[in-house]
Write a protein that binds this ligand. Structure first.
Ligand SMILES: [Mg+2]
Ligand SMILES: [Zn+2]
Length: 168
């Protein structure tokens, strides 16, 4: 019998206002702007053994302001920028909620549907050593609902998060 060991740790990131500057319904990869220390911080977190996921509300899709192709092009470009910074840097998976609140879907944060889906398909992730990081309460609430540690980031300051976890 094979026992699945939960031996990997992950960080689930919100996207806008957390990894990149929130441009309000961003639909152009050329306008992606990471916060100043984000790439540096991601290398440190990679070296600490974390794998990375992004879970992002993109209601601009339902509002007709962003196409799904544009969302995917942005995510592809984000990974290109990461790889250019450090060959091992990668967001393993980007999940986005295309709905508006009135759709009452199960994926729009604060609902934890996107995190749940990733945990289901990556059953080696140990939630107790994993984190949800976001700039809004809804991010923290979604993470808490799945039993993750949570961190409310301010001004994209990921280095402060690192200082917190390495001083624990
Ligand atoms: Mg945000
Ligand atoms: Zn949704």
């Amino acid at each position: 019998m094979k026992i699945t060991e939960k031996n990997s740790k992950a960080i689930f990131f919100d996207r806008d206002g957390t990894l990149i500057i929130d441009k309000n319904y961003l639909n152009d990869p050329d306008l992606i702007q990471f916060f100043p220390d984000t790439l540096k911080a991601l290398v440190i977190l990679y070296n600490l053994g974390y794998q990375f996921f992004v879970v992002t509300n993109q209601s601009g899709v339902a509002r007709g302001l962003i196409t799904i192709d544009q969302v995917e092009a942005i995510h592809q470009r984000m990974n290109e920028i990461l790889k250019n910074h450090h060959p091992k840097l990668i967001i393993e998976k980007f999940l986005f909620c295309p709905h508006v609140p009135s759709d009452h879907c199960s994926c729009r944060k604060p609902k934890p549907g996107m995190i749940e889906a990733i945990l289901k398909s990556n059953c080696d992730i140990d939630v107790k050593s994993s984190w949800m990081i976001g700039d809004k309460d809804i991010d923290v609430q979604a993470g808490e609902a799945m039993g993750l540690n949570t961190y409310h980031i301010i001004n994209g300051d990921l280095l402060s998060f690192i200082n917190k976890i390495i001083s624990q």
